[in-house]
Design a protein around this ligand. Structure first.
Ligand SMILES: Nc1ncnc2c1ncn2[C@@H]1O[C@H](COP(=O)(O)OP(=O)(O)OP(=O)(O)O)[C@@H](O)[C@H]1O
Length: 295
């Protein structure tokens, strides 16, 4: 059974696009990235899954159940961290978390304490007195305290310092090992690359591709970097499959997609001092994908 199954989901807002014909599925136990620039439609998709808004057309299932028809039942299985967290500022952190826990049938006291310790969160403080990063931590504990089967995170790391981001990622990996499925929305590629197995790339309300991170990295592009013995005209490197070409004196770099032998035969015509062939990072692949789509 899929943890999430989205079928042709469309949301049209009164004056703007929203999302158009989104379809993808997430297997139970996956850590799935949802990536795209601001305004691409990530939050709209997530809010629809949580039945906080209703789709114009299409449908989605969570653990095999329609996300609108079975919304109250499904919500108990989900931990959700919204991109922006708002609280009744006058409350103490512990009171807010106890209040959140009261929606679930189990006793979450022990888990609240464990999570607060991991995330270095002072439970006795008033929410009013917390920094943005600490408010984010409250959201994280609130989202995870009932040990949900599905964790949905919308831009979860904004406001967290690098050490806390690291702890948070480790926490997510542990939850995943215990069986939780994770949907991780972000516009930061490096964090998606670090955490996720698969990713859906969304652009202007539409999913442009769903790929394994490893496929995106390995099968598509290689980054060639070299030092040539003499200065070579950049036209020499212009061939099918070469992109993002940069020639600075004797230093040359480009992304290559295609049969690697073609490029190696071509390079054999010149005198090369040093050559590196690397996996490009996701950022480069992503940018290239977007450029290609815009052609
Ligand atoms: N409540 C709303 N009313 C009208 N238009 C909206 C509303 N919410 C989102 N939109 C529009 O829908 C589109 C998708 O926005 P959405 O917030 O889902 O994107 P996003 O990928 O989550 O980006 P961000 O990271 O900036 O939140 C945008 O064009 C946005 O302006």
């Amino acid at each position: 059974m899929y943890a999430i199954e989205i079928n042709n989901l469309t949301k049209v807002y009164v004056n703007s696009r929203g999302i158009t014909d989104i379809s993808f599925s997430i297997e139970e136990g996956e850590i799935f990235g949802f990536i795209g620039p601001n305004g691409a439609g990530k939050s709209t998709t997530i809010r629809t899954l949580l039945s906080l808004i209703y789709p114009t057309s299409g449908s989605a299932k969570i653990f095999g159940k329609d996300c609108i028809e079975f919304a109250p039942e499904i919500k108990k299985e989900i931990g959700y961290l919204p991109s922006e967290v708002f609280y009744y500022d006058n409350m103490k952190v512990i009171d807010l978390l106890k209040y959140s826990a009261s929606f679930y049938k189990k006793d979450c006291t022990k888990r609240i304490k464990e999570l607060a310790e991991i995330m270095d969160l002072d439970l006795t403080k008033k929410i009013d007195d917390l920094s943005l990063g600490n408010k984010k931590k409250v959201g994280i504990v609130q989202g995870l305290l009932h040990e949900p089967k599905l964790i949905i995170l919308d831009e979860p790391t904004s406001g967290l310092d690098p050490l806390m981001q690291q702890r948070f990622f480790e926490l997510l990996e542990e939850e995943n090992k215990k069986g939780a499925t994770i949907l991780f929305s972000s516009h930061i590629l490096s964090e998606v690359q670090r955490l996720c197995n698969r990713v859906a790339i969304i652009k202007e309300g539409r999913v442009v591709t769903v790929e394994k991170i490893s496929t995106l990295k390995e099968n598509n592009y290689k980054r060639f970097k070299m030092e040539t013995a003499d200065i070579v005209d950049q036209n020499f490197f212009q061939m099918m499959g070469v992109n993002n070409l940069e020639v600075k004196g004797k230093e040359v770099s480009f992304l290559f997609k295609g049969n690697i032998n073609t490029v190696l035969r071509k390079l054999a015509e010149i005198d090369i001092r040093n050559l590196w062939i690397e996996e490009p990072d996701l950022e480069e692949i992503f940018m290239h994908y977007y450029e290609k789509e815009n052609e």
